[in-house]
Design a protein around this ligand. Sequence first.
Ligand SMILES: Cc1ncc(COP(=O)(O)O)c(C=O)c1O
Length: 412
Amino acid sequence: MSVTPVLEADVLRRQDPELADILLGEFDRQSTTLQLVAAENFTSPAVLAALGSPLANKYAEGYPGARHHGGCEIVDLAERLAVERAKALFGADHANVQSHSGSSAVLAAYAALLRPGDTVLAMGLHFGGHLTHGSPANFSGRWFDFVGYGVEAESGLIDHDQVRTLARTRRPKAIVCGSISYPRHIDHAFFREVADEVGAYLIADAAHPIGLVAGGAAPNPVPYADIVCATTHKVLRGPRGGMLLCGSELAERVDRAVFPFTQGGAQMHTIAAKAVAFGEAATPAFSAYAHQVVANARVLAEGLAREGLVVITGGTDTHLLTVDPAPLGVDGRTARGRLAAAGIVLDCCALPHGDARGLRLGTAAVTTQGMGEAEMSQLAAVFARVLRDGMDTQKAREEVRDLAGRFPPYPR
Ligand SMILES: Cc1ncc(COP(=O)(O)O)c(C=O)c1O
């Protein structure tokens, strides 16, 4: 194999064979099983090269041209490039690319706009809100007064009437739109209208769809939200990390909310890798990829529905879908275990109503591997056989290994 991780592994193997084995073991796992975790993807070798570069050695507190450390002239170029590419990609006046993760980006958005104790309206955790949208186990639930909106019982779609009613009665300081598992496009214009009506800020947590936005396969929240927070490692196919986009009027507040309020030194190797990913995401090839991700998710949803699983909201507009496997006689947890044994890796998720667990699947990683609609149909069939018929796991594992082997994430 000629890709960066394995080259690095050769260096590692000489010095630290124990850790090299772990690294190669994970590489083997990723290459021989199917990654349907909706938040994962395979970055390009170029992104991995930037991540494993000497920029990892550099301390760079502050922003380009205004650092607290010496010797930042070169890394400043990398951050400026990442910022300019992000602005151009998403049509934003301002971009901050320093957040270490999606959660740090959300924390910074709250820090820029809110005070402890403020009321925030966001999707309830049971309906697909993220931890940072008010979980009592997270800073958000402890420091702010979160009110949760949900989805309609019948359709599984966001209950827009409830959003408007809660906004009018609870008068939040900010409204958050965005989710970990909502498979449909979000109506940003609606959320903007409600926010304006009650004098609230609108924060779009676009961690999941931001890569589709980059590829023109999902609506862009930037024209509607005061601040857009996102991750760079999902469909966007960059390094693990976060970013914020906003208008110039909030630029200074956002920057100060990231550094020095919530973070110290920027991770320059990751920022360089973000620049690489933004460059890749601006290409026609990435746009084709983003549209294929959605086409694959739709075919997978149709296939699973045909096999008898309940597809929440009846389908998907995005890279992810959520399903209830109960009609096949298994609950979400059992289903995840059986699928994992067959080499199909995915997550459980809450189902909109009741306590049963469902499954969340995403097509970003398998599409990066080059799989298309035919493979999604094959996958839906294996999926159902594993769950419904209790198919011989070994046989299913071989079929999955063969499928994965035909689409290596890092071809030789
Ligand atoms: C909607 C949403 N917000 C925030 C995050 C947090 O991202 P991270 O895990 O990088 O902190 C996620 C992660 O999946 C997410 O889906």
